[in-house]
Design a protein around this ligand. Structure first.
Ligand code: CS2
Ligand code: MG
Length: 408
């Protein structure tokens, strides 16, 4: 069956999302997520100007061949824009194949390996007390694993720390600010390194030893600082320490790894198996953080995770709210099917987003499940999507106290 129509849909129900919709000549529709936070329109152009003309008239069921055609064909390989565009096509083709064969995509990936995928939620607070409230809210919401981020004394707004919640309030944090220019935040690594271990200790004392706790350092440390932090957190047994050093420097984690047994995760900004070659083959990380959305779709991410499986490295697929519900569904089909699943990030989308994208995945007792609908299991409501126009929105820029631009 051939692809007859390819449309790129941009909608902004709180965050900007880029969706590719493919329709086959027999009327089957597939959706793919190509959202690249803060650079959304670059992917729109890549798709509309350079990919859509290649898709119309192609066979819809040659998924691997289309992936290779878009990856090897243009000469320019890898990179976030290219790999998000390939992801959108790839997911849409898996969605179509699932619908045409009448099964959920995870069945096409080898079938179910587990009852559900353990999810972790986000909890943050400007103070330790506020963080405790946020953790309790997430536990009440059903999460069985929590990422903890906290304000740093002396610093203002810190990335990953939302507005303090009241008891019972739902976590609703959108870190990209809607403006044509990014906001700027101040950063002081020493103050952070002094403060964080005391907070993790307090959380352990309050919530016990068994709750899986995660933390994200957002690429801000040197290898030696990462090693210091990993050691300081060892007694508190984190599930993982994420992105302690800038991700493109694979060798940096050798220093961290050699100094600490705190489990390490990285990869949100990585998009190809080559970006992981050293990280995985030298077992420098425990968890792969790439999303299907940024790493070439289900096909691209599966290549990375299959390589990881050889070395006992597990998945921790990126699931922030800039991954659309379509990208989230793609992740969940992999989570359920692949043997080397670790954990799945889940930042809940707001209600407007869920009006635009009708999902069928579920979150029950801390576990996610993609559901049994054929394909990916997500439908797009055109009318709802059209009501939310693209609005520029950017992640903050980070400067040291003397004004120097710092690593993310
Ligand atoms: C974070 C994200 O979810 C995470 O672990 O690092 O908030 C990330 O910064 C954004 O998704 C980037 O777009
Ligand atoms: Mg992260």
């Amino acid at each position: 069956m051939k692809i007859e129509r390819a449309e790129v849909i941009v909608t902004s129900p709180g965050r900007n999302f880029v969706t590719l919709r493919l329709t086959t000549s027999d009327g089957v529709v597939g959706l793919g997520d190509g959202t690249l936070n803060g650079r959304e329109l670059a992917v729109v152009s890549y798709l509309r100007d350079h990919v859509v003309p290649l898709l119309v008239g192609r066979e819809a069921d040659t998924i691997e061949d289309t992936w290779q055609y878009l990856y090897r064909g243009p000469y320019w390989r890898r990179g976030p824009v290219t790999m998000a565009a390939i992801a959108a096509v790839d997911m849409a083709l898996w969605d179509i194949l699932g619908k045409r064969t009448g099964v959920p995509v995870y069945q096409l990936l080898g079938g179910r390996s587990r009852r559900g995928a353990l999810a972790y939620g986000h909890a943050s607070g400007t103070t330790v007390e506020a963080l405790f409230t946020a953790i309790r809210n997430q536990l009440d919401h059903g999460f069985r694993a929590v990422r903890i981020q906290v304000g740093v004394p002396g610093l203002g707004k810190v990335y990953g720390v939302g507005t303090d919640q009241r008891a019972g309030e739902r976590y609703d944090y959108e870190p990209a600010a809607r403006s044509v220019v990014p906001v700027e935040e101040a950063w002081d690594t020493e103050a952070y390194l002094r403060h964080l271990p005391t907070v993790v200790e307090a959380v352990r004392a309050e919530f016990g030893e068994a709750l899986p706790l995660l933390h994200d350092a957002h690429h801000r440390l040197t290898p030696n600082e990462g090693a210091q932090l990993g050691r300081a957190l060892e007694p508190h047994r984190l599930f993982w320490l994420e992105d302690c050093t800038p991700a493109e420097d694979q060798e940096a984690l050798r220093r961290v790894r050699s100094q600490t047994t705190t489990p390490l995760a990285t990869g949100e900004v990585l998009n190809s198996v080559h970006d992981y070659r050293t990280l995985i083959s030298e077992r420098l990380i425990d968890y792969v953080r790439s999303s299907a959305t940024h790493a070439g779709g289900i096909t691209g991410l599966r290549k990375i995770l299959d390589f990881a499986a050889v070395y006992g490295v597990r998945s921790g697929i990126h699931g922030a709210t800039d991954i659309s519900p379509v990208g989230m569904a793609a992740a969940l089909h992999l989570d359920i099917a692949l043997h080397n699943f670790g954990i799945q990030e889940l930042m809940l989308h707001n209600e407007r987003t869920l009006e635009v994208f009708r999902t069928s995945y579920t979150f029950v007792d801390g576990l996610l499940d993609p559901g049994e609908n054929p394909g990916l299991g997500v439908e797009l409501d055109d009318e709802a999507a059209a009501a939310y126009e693209y609005t520029p929105a950017y992640l903050p820029v980070n400067r040291l106290l003397d004004g120097t631009i710092h690593d993310w």
